[in-house]
Design a protein around this ligand. Structure first.
Ligand code: AMP
Length: 419
């Protein structure tokens, strides 16, 4: 299938050609015709599948004739609700890109920043509004947002909105929109509350599903290092030295962990920044921009902050911690290997995290290559002399210089060491 077969207006086709999009992705092939028919849709798809274009393209196609000339008075025709500011910004960029040969005006509103510029934008007139739930309700309450003329409502990353506690806000927002709207709901997973949301607020929706969790994982090269917890930083340095200058997204489970990794990397002369929930919106955006424009080589991120980050052809992620929720692993490695690009995901697994790792392998239905023959591998406790002799007296410590388990051989060379 080509974009031509979807009978899109030429204005969009031209923008897509300039973006170098040759063919619609599977979610686009399935979702675009359904949305263009005016049918409600539930899309089970995660970031990296092309799902933003799957809703942005048909929305632009449909509202382009209504929007008409640049001079015509504007009202909000499409509203996209998404959980994080980063996602909201990226979605707006997509509307700008695909709609660049139309008169459609889009804007983005999110919390944590001064509302005045956002209100000014709304006053100037907007066709497509992309918003995080809290700020939208806030500006609606203040009378700055009128949703009476809405055609399309998109609920993006619905499961993440649920996880982040936005579901009641989402329900409130839906109730502010006209009953005859077209509703599109996208979610990476379909837990019961999301299915219930779809059943109560969508009208006879069609369901489309792409990338069952396993298939995303298949196009990404994955390795797991068994590593002593205390040695993870040293191993991280070795890996980074093995890939000089490579831009890498490093995941940590906690905000504190992200800050610590960054501190350690900076001390070792790498450029690194962290993004997580404790950073102000502008600091997060700045860090992301620095990473995108390659001023910074390494970005450490927690899961919520990183979800939805769209960095073109990011080749490499490192899981500094193993997530205790297996789905999270799939989201993390979904940052790499996008739209056909090859990706590499390296996980550093402590002994205490091995059960999480086994759950992940079960979920993705794959056995991942394990690397244990390196300087910082798990100590083989099974072959160590017992601390206490069988007769109960303490074992004398052996101070002789023992050969390392791997024969002292370094797994990585130091040839590329940074100065
Ligand atoms: P998304 O799933 O919306 O986060 O999109 C993931 C990435 O795929 C983005 O960088 C898009 O620019 C890119 N993309 C979306 N659709 C296509 C397509 N049909 N061909 C090539 N790249 C695409």
């Amino acid at each position: 299938m080509t974009f031509n077969d979807l009978k899109l207006i030429r204005n969009i086709q031209q923008a897509l050609a300039e973006e170098g999009y040759e063919a619609p992705t599977p979610i686009q092939q399935q979702a675009i015709p359904i949305i263009m028919e005016g049918t409600d849709l539930v899309g089970c798809a995660q970031t990296g599948t092309g799902k933003t274009a799957a809703f942005a393209i048909p929305i632009i196609h449909q509202i382009h004739p209504i929007v008409g000339s640049a001079k015509k008075r504007k009202s909000i025709r499409a509203l996209v609700i998404t959980p994080t500011r980063e996602l909201a910004i990226q979605i707006q960029e997509s509307f700008e890109t695909y709609g660049r040969y139309t008169n459609i005006v889009s804007t983005v509103i999110y919390g944590g920043v001064n509302q005045v510029p956002q209100v000014d934008q709304l006053k100037r007139g907007v066709d497509v509004l992309i918003a995080t739930p809290g700020r939208l309700l806030d500006l609606h309450k203040q009378g700055h947002v009128n949703l009476d003329h809405l055609h399309h409502l998109v609920l993006d990353e619905a499961d993440l909105m649920l996880d982040m506690g936005f579901i009641n806000d989402v329900k409130k927002i839906i109730k502010l929109t006209p009953d005859n709207r077209q509703t599109l709901l996208f979610s990476a997973t379909m837990p019961l509350p999301i299915r219930e949301l779809a059943e109560s607020f969508l009208t006879k929706p069609q369901y489309v599903t792409v990338t069952p969790v396993a298939s995303t994982a298949e196009k990404i090269k994955q390795w797991v290092y068994k590593v002593e917890k205390e040695e993870k930083r040293k191993l991280l340095l070795q890996i980074l030295n093995e890939y000089p200058g490579e831009q890498i997204l490093i995941f940590t489970r906690t905000k504190h962990g992200a800050d610590n990794v960054v501190k350690f990397l900076k001390k070792n002369n790498f450029t690194a920044e962290a993004i997580h929930g404790d950073k102000s919106q502008s600091a997060r955006q700045r860090a992301l921009d620095h990473f995108k424009n390659k001023e910074v080589q390494l970005l450490a991120a927690t899961d919520i902050a990183a979800r939805g980050i769209d960095i073109e052809s990011l080749p490499f992620v490192i899981n500094f911690d193993i997530p205790n929720i297996s789905d999270t692993y799939v989201h993390r490695i979904g940052r790499t290997g996008r739209a056909g690009n090859e990706g590499l995901a390296i996980s550093l697994c402590g002994k205490d995290e091995w059960t999480y790792w086994q759950d992940i392998e079960k979920l993705i239905r794959m056995k991942i290559k394990v690397i244990e023959n390196h300087d910082f591998g798990w100590k083989d406790t099974a072959n160590q002399a017992p601390a206490v002799k069988v007769d109960g007296t303490p074992q004398k410590k052996d101070f002789r210089n023992k050969k390392k388990g791997n024969g002292g051989k370094k797994f990585f060379g130091n040839k590329n060491k940074k100065k």
